[in-house]
Design a protein. Sequence first.
Length: 337
Amino acid sequence: MAASIRDVAREAGVSVGTVSNVLNRPEIVAAGTVARVTQAIEQLGFVRNDAARQLRAGRSTSFGLVVLDTRNPFFMDLAHGAQRRAIDDGYTVLMGGSDDSPQREHSILEMFEEHRVAGVLISPVDTDLTQLWRLRQAGIPVVLVDRGSSDRSFSSVSVDDVEGGRIAARHLLELGRRRIAFVGGPLGIKQVSDRVNGATSVVAETSGATLEVRETRALSVLEGRRIAEEIIALPADRRPDAVFAANDLLAMGVLQAFVMTGSLRVPEDIALIGYDDIDFASAAVVPITSVRQPAVEIGATAVGLLLSEAQAGADATREQIEFTPELVVRASTVGGA
């Protein structure tokens, strides 16, 4: 059984209150007493329960982070940035993945509320932010990540995904591609719809160019592979000459299917561009061109906003920070790049 604070007090021959003072305010305790208590702690292997202490005090040194998919390296990079910044300020980050499910998101947020986290970072599944408003009313600040706040009611850190879609489509069109397939979904995810809307606006301005949307059930490698198999099965005159995937995991699935079947060469027969620029994109058998999001910086910046709101309380100013994505060109669109 783990040693308790009472065990430490008994071993050191002092009161429980004195042990508490040594742990929390050692400057008010005589040096000799501090030494005896410290020796008792080391001998017994005592570890204080900060979680219980924080709950009793009604405060926490943990932030909650909710992302769409914990298997996506983009969100892992975002979490890394958040954790690194939080630790610098004496906080930790608890993370949960919603798996694009409003019900799962709701459960995670309820758990964070029960644990009285100091704040919540979230990439919401949909546009219903009712639960986030309730958290704020309970004194828990909320910052949106990878998603802007259109009415500026929440602080947010995001990327201009409409511009990201434009960048991707413009690159493909400049290479002479005219039949573009957008692969991504569900389209109810705002980031996905923004990317396809941006691409559509650019294609509409180009004579003879078309964009076909092939919606996926998830932003995964398996779904990318499934859509690629559908493309392979098309007659040559109906087949796209370029694919814009809503993220790099989809792009990797598309590339896998093309390479494994040997039916379509990338980029000779069909160009391929992804989104996020995760590490695996550059390491693929054909390195994948991608629209880069600064994931680590997004996470760190979001924690900075959360810290500001936590300190300001009800008087907090809501800030919306938006990064501009950038194109990283590789061999999947420009052979040999």
